[in-house]
Ligand binder design. Sequence first.
Ligand code: FAD
Length: 384
Amino acid sequence: MIRDQETVNILLDTISRFVRERLVPQEAHVAETDQIPQELVDEMKELGLFGLSIPEEYGGMGLTMEEEVLATFEIGKTSPCFRSLFATNNGIGAQGIVIDGTPEQKRHYLPKLASGEIIGAFALTEPDSGSDAASLRTSARRDSDFYVLNGTKRYITNAPEAGIFTVMARTTPDSRGAQGISAFIVERGTPGLALGPIDKKMGQKGAHICDVIFEDCRVPAANLIGGREEVGFKTAMKVLDKGRINIAAVCVGVAERMLDDALRYAMERKQFGKPIAEFQLIQAMLADSKAEIYAARSMVIDAARRRDDGLDVGTEAACAKLFASEMCGRVADRAVQIFGGAGYLAEYGIERFYRDVRLFRIFEGTTQIQQLVIARNMIRAQAD
Ligand SMILES: Cc1cc2nc3c(=O)[nH]c(=O)nc-3n(C[C@H](O)[C@H](O)[C@H](O)COP(=O)(O)OP(=O)(O)OC[C@H]3O[C@@H](n4cnc5c(N)ncnc54)[C@H](O)[C@@H]3O)c2cc1C
């Protein structure tokens, strides 16, 4: 749903200019240093990028899902590490509070997340619980006005920078599966919360992940999201439904960027006396990429509109994430191929994108998990 086309156009123009003029020139530097310069972080805050999807009453822009994916298409046209820094505040690191938080939790945390004063992280995955997230073992034992958390969370995006963590933990000790899991807001600096060293990754340098370790970490009972036990897994899944549409949108943006770069290169690079863009085998790669990006873009917009209409988008979000992330991998591969030897060299940047986008098929539910979700929903619907 687009509420006011003119306002959205202004926002998209502003983001597009910021991406082109400020972020793209810094891509190589950030990849080398594994750090986003503070001045760029400050500019992201000024532009409101940390609060795109946080309601206006809490200081965010309150974008609808459709407006947000349009913004994400633009944000996607540069290294995904930039987006990663503010994406958790718009997505997995804040939406648990936006969707299911108590009024006090919203009032206390959302304005700080919207302004970028604090970063939010989402801690679901554990060393022995990845795709099978419902098997998580981190425990939260009630002790008067506190819960005492014990366990380890793994691969947590922005954990090194985070001010708060949305943590899924088991409040009912003997429960199994999704039952018995509750969601908590845990503040950085809470005694008993420790961070592991920053993990070295294949790509997306500048975006950081690490372990988050809880050892008798006492969290005020007031920080139980929504004030209710045993609904934390549902909260996490609602957060991920939205997150998957967003990841699909980034995939579209990055794929458009890679295809632009590949097209420009194909029109400049000459072999056999003419630009390689004139060879039909190169054209096939360009055309297949264009068609697949168009398909993914249409899926993302449709899923976003359905979510804005209040419909259950579990299947559509999984379809969009599955198709767009796989599409993005194919476009990255073709782009490297079109660049030839230059595609393999760090200097041209396309190999960096090739590594960066590999993650999209893995996190927020692997491709195989999206397939399982889609098929499970199909079978359920048929049986009803
Ligand atoms: C850079 C990065 C950032 C991340 N950020 C976060 C974060 O902020 N918060 C968070 O909680 N987590 C985060 N994760 C974790 C991420 O969501 C998990 O890595 C992902 O869900 C997969 O879990 P796993 O790594 O344990 O793989 P596994 O679950 O061990 O899967 C290994 C392989 O087995 C396949 N597989 C598993 N089960 C099945 C099945 N039933 N049928 C068919 N195939 C199956 C998988 O698809 C995969 O190919 C992040 C991970 C990375 C790498």
